[in-house]
Design a protein around this ligand. Structure first.
Ligand SMILES: [Zn+2]
Length: 93
């Protein structure tokens, strides 16, 4: 089981979780779980993403908004969703 803690993102103000990877790094992730299907490394899959598995490993995969759509549940790194919020704020001002 990974160590994790909940914090508020300083950029977008959302509640997020910090998840410790198996390499001992703390990665900010969204609160909601996502679903994923692992992919082997290949240039044929440029749309592949990296997510964190529930036990703290980086997984190259296709990911889905809900865990039931994938083969496994995992965590989506928060910078993926946080970046779009920043872009929205910049456009609004
Ligand atoms: Zn954020």
């Amino acid at each position: 089981m990974t160590k994790q803690t909940f914090v508020t993102c300083k950029v977008c103000g959302k509640k997020i979780r910090l998840v410790e990877t198996q390499l001992g790094k703390w990665i900010p992730c969204d609160i909601a779980h996502i679903g994923y299907v692992p992919l082997p490394y290949s240039r044929e899959h440029p749309e592949a993403h990296f997510v964190l598995s529930l036990d703290g490993k980086w997984i190259r995969c296709y990911c889905f908004n809900t865990p039931s759509e994938g083969l496994y549940a995992g965590y989506l790194p928060h910078f993926r969703t946080c970046g779009s919020k920043v872009a929205d704020k910049v456009r609004a001002t």
